[in-house]
Design a protein around this ligand. Structure first.
Ligand code: ZN
Length: 112
């Protein structure tokens, strides 16, 4: 896999994703049951394919998810850089994503 090192592009103006991005990162949920991955949005509860995992941003930083989720973060600058530099062929362009820790001040897990 080829890793291209370059400074992250600081603008996202070409992509209308600013409403889902929080301080350079965006959160997604991975369903422990059906393994679907869903992007969280502000005050719009989204569910996975099986419906067991759900969550939403409550403001531009904090999110609420249920206990069937594993939260995932994507570095926005890295992701936009990868999109803008999508290779025509060969290896893909890596970007930064991570599993958010179980204890995270910006995520509240709601138990049913
Ligand atoms: Zn599911």
């Amino acid at each position: 896999m080829t890793w291209r090192s370059r400074p992250y592009i600081k603008t996202i103006s070409a992509f209308p994703v600013s409403h889902i991005i929080s301080r350079g990162k965006m959160k997604l949920i991975f369903c422990k049951h059906c393994h679907d991955i869903v992007l969280l949005r502000i005050k719009d509860i989204r569910k996975c394919l099986c419906g067991k995992a759900s969550g939403q941003y409550v403001d531009d930083l904090n999110a609420e998810i249920n206990e069937n989720c594993i939260p995932i973060g994507i570095n926005n600058f890295s992701f936009v850089d990868a999109i803008k530099n999508q290779p025509k062929k060969g290896d893909g362009f890596l970007f930064e994503a991570f599993v958010i820790p179980k204890k995270c001040p910006t995520i509240r897990v709601i138990k049913k």
